[in-house]
Ligand binder design. Structure first.
Ligand SMILES: Nc1ncnc2c1ncn2[C@@H]1O[C@H](COP(=O)(O)OP(=O)(O)OP(=O)(O)O)[C@@H](O)[C@H]1O
Length: 240
């Protein structure tokens, strides 16, 4: 379990509270209005956001552990690939930022690159890849870290629908294979439905315990319905 126990974030005028649990190996979407605190919630798990209350992973408190030592890996929307480094070097950074990789680590990097379908692209710089390929490279760097909890903050929002679906399916496949627990912030209920059986709604200063995504989108609470607007129809697979 990934457990939030009376977690409270205070950032000036903004306050977010969370008491909830996510099952190990589960994929959970996080949705809610802009500025509601979705990224803040991920920041709490990653160790970027000061808070009170406890965060536990498998019964162990992790909130006092330095960000780099936590059992989590993070992927942001802009991918954060270094433009002056090759794909091989960028993915290698997922393992270490200094020094030479051991041969087993080099192998893990090449396996991760192969896993996302980028074998043969190792020596290219990000600018010589398409947007979808850049997302794949960023995913390889996420996967190579081999962390049990993956945090994704609107990772594919710049991609078109078909590419986005491919990336979401890749995340699901790798998470299924590795048993990773996934938390993904998204504004798109279609993404939530595709990736996550349960969804956390963040609104009105609170991150609610996860509920089944399908049921949530079918009959959203009032505050969520007004935010999602016409996206609800998309979430139910209707044409617009
Ligand atoms: N360092 C900070 N100091 C003060 N307030 C902050 C800080 N970081 C974030 N906030 C505020 O916290 C609130 C939540 O921000 P957050 O980025 O988590 O929202 P979000 O739901 O991810 O939004 P979006 O969907 O627009 O990305 C916002 O009101 C934001 O202005």
């Amino acid at each position: 379990m990934l457990t939030f126990d009376a977690v409270t974030v205070d950032l000036g005028d903004f306050r977010l509270t969370a008491t909830l649990a996510i099952t190990e190996g589960e994929r959970v979407a996080i949705i809610g209005p802009s500025g509601a605190g979705k990224s803040t919630l991920l920041g709490v798990v990653a160790g970027f956001t000061p808070h009170t209350g406890h965060i536990s992973w498998k019964e162990d408190r992790i909130d006092r552990i330095a960000p780099g030592q936590r059992p989590v890996a993070v992927l942001f929307q802009d991918n954060n690939l270094f433009p002056h480094l090759t794909i091989l070097q960028n993915v290698s950074l997922g393992i270490r930022t200094k020094g030479k990789l051991a041969s087993s680590e080099q192998q893990a990097v090449r396996q991760a690159i192969a896993r996302v379908g980028l074998s043969g692209y190792e020596d290219r710089k990000p600018a010589a890849l398409s947007g979808g390929q850049q997302s794949r490279a960023a995913l390889a760097r996420l996967f190579v870290q081999a962390k049990p909890v993956l945090l994704l903050d609107e990772p594919f929002s710049a991609l078109g629908p078909a590419l986005k679906d491919e990336m979401l399916d890749l995340v699901s496949e790798v998470a299924d294979m590795s048993g990773a627990t996934v938390l993904m912030v998204t504004h798109d209920p279609v993404d939530a439905l595709r990736l996550a059986s349960r969804t956390i709604v963040v609104s009105d200063g609170q991150a609610a315990p996860p509920v089944p995504t399908k049921a949530l989108l079918k009959s959203p609470p009032e505050h969520l319905a007004s935010y999602l607007g016409r996206r609800i129809a998309l979430g139910e697979g209707q044409e617009t």
